[in-house]
Ligand binder design. Structure first.
Ligand code: NAD
Ligand code: IPM
Ligand code: MN
Length: 363
């Protein structure tokens, strides 16, 4: 008897808009494909701050721990921009990742055939693109101590953060990248700035040693992060798996999103130790500029559900089906406003896109 449970955390801005379409897809999979997934809802981010006085309430973290998977929309927005860091919506997300021990963030950048002309890059550069980012998620400069803003004796101020990585932190995420590479083309490119940062040097040495000990069948290369940014735009198909730290991974994966046509297309999975629920989320934010207009692209959120079905909910078959439904709907010409049109395309809103995908799954 299948009895999996998913916790939906809509959050802020377009978060609730795209999660409504995820809900529609879950309903279709439950009704027509015998999924039997039960759904709970919880607060996170600014929505939680307004309601509970904190961006992640302890009871929501407990609900997350008791779920099989968590799916989040997005957090943050101008309303909370002057709130102190501990209370920021973004801190709720960081606390959730940390609280669940989700050290590896998988961000696949795939070019759907129908969108090969929707990228701002030429079709021949991105056709068939399939990169998997493995981003370290609960270490590095996001979490390093000390941090703060201090006033110096002369009255000027100093803001500071600490970039820091330990060997176990590097090894566990590198192991994930090597394991995943074995199921793909077997190539890992490890990205840091070992030329200027000690944490980058330790990263390179640790990855190299682990590779030699346990993964010599995988092809390992190293690249500086600035060069990687350039190579992603010059010739992105040279990459199979890109292993990198928290901050570089955040930046490089947003850049890679545009290769696929839109930030609204990229899903992610944050994974920790076996047995821990993963956190699945689109890589985009709350998009305050379009929030409330019902035009956000729900594909990244729906594809994040597919990642949950594959990695955690024991239904890789339905993950494939959901991804195929998204692909089919794009092939049929459906486009949200963030995706460049082309011939015979049909502009739809968030709900129009979600309904088309859900209908395809109801056939
Ligand atoms: P953003 O990702 O929210 O938006 C960047 C641009 O992409 C905007 O023009 C937006 O309209 C567009 N966009 C994003 N998602 C889209 C979608 N699904 N469909 C169509 N267009 C889409 O980044 P930002 O504007 O820098 O940040 C806004 C807020 O979101 C900030 O508070 C930031 O901290 C937060 N944020 C949250 C997450 C998250 O929750 N995981 C991720 C990134 C940013
Ligand atoms: C992301 C976001 C987050 C990050 C923020 C909102 C904390 O940009 O998920 O990519 O930097 O990790
Ligand atoms: Mn980001």
């Amino acid at each position: 008897e299948y009895s999996m449970k998913i916790l939906l955390l809509p959050g802020d801005g377009i978060g609730p808009e795209v999660l409504a379409e995820v809900r529609r897809v879950i309903d279709a999979l439950n009704a027509h494909h015998g999924l039997g997934l039960s759904v709970e809802n919880g607060d996170i981010g600014g929505a939680s701050l307004d309601r509970h006085g904190t961006p992640l309430a302890p009871h929501v973290l407990e609900m997350a721990k008791a779920s099989d998977a968590v799916l989040m929309g997005a957090v943050g927005g101008p309303k909370w921009q002057s709130v102190s860091y501990e209370l920021r919506p973004e801190q709720g997300l960081l606390n959730l990742r940390k609280g669940l021990g989700l050290y590896a963030n998988l961000r696949p950048a795939l070019c759907f055939p129908a969108l090969a002309d929707a990228s701002t890059l030429k079709r021949d550069v991105i056709d068939g693109l399939d990169i998997l980012f493995v981003r370290e998620l609960i270490g590095g400069v996001y979490f390093g101590e000390p941090r703060g803003i201090e006033t110096l004796p002369d009255g000027t101020k100093r803001g500071f953060n600490t970039q820091s990585y330990t060997t176990p932190e590097i090894e566990r995420v590198a192991r994930m990248a090597f394991d995943l590479a074995r199921q793909r083309e077997g190539r890992v490119c490890s990205v840091e700035k070992a030329n200027v940062m000690e944490s980058g040097l330790l990263w390179r040495e640790t990855v190299t040693a682990l590779h030699k000990r346990e993964f010599s069948d995988v092809a390992l290369s190293h690249m500086y992060a600035d060069n990687c940014a350039m190579q992603l735009v010059r010739d992105p198909r040279q990459f199979d798996v890109i292993l990198t730290d928290n901050l570089f991974g955040d930046i490089l994966s947003d850049a890679a999103a545009m290769l696929t046509g839109s930030l609204g297309m990229l899903p992610s999975a944050a994974l920790g130790e076996p047995g821990m629920p993963g956190l699945y989320e689109p890589i985009h934010g709350s998009a305050p500029d379009i929030a409330g207009k019902c035009i956000a692209n729900p594909c990244a959120a729906i594809l994040s559900l597919a990642m949950a079905l594959r990695h955690q909910l024991g239904r890789p078959d339905l993950a494939d089906l959901t991804e195929k439904a998204v692909s089919h709907v794009l092939d049929s010409g459906y486009r949200t406003g963030d995706l460049l049109g082309g011939e015979d395309t049909r502009l739809v809103g968030t709900e129009g896109m979600g309904r088309a995908i859900a209908e395809r799954l109801s056939a």
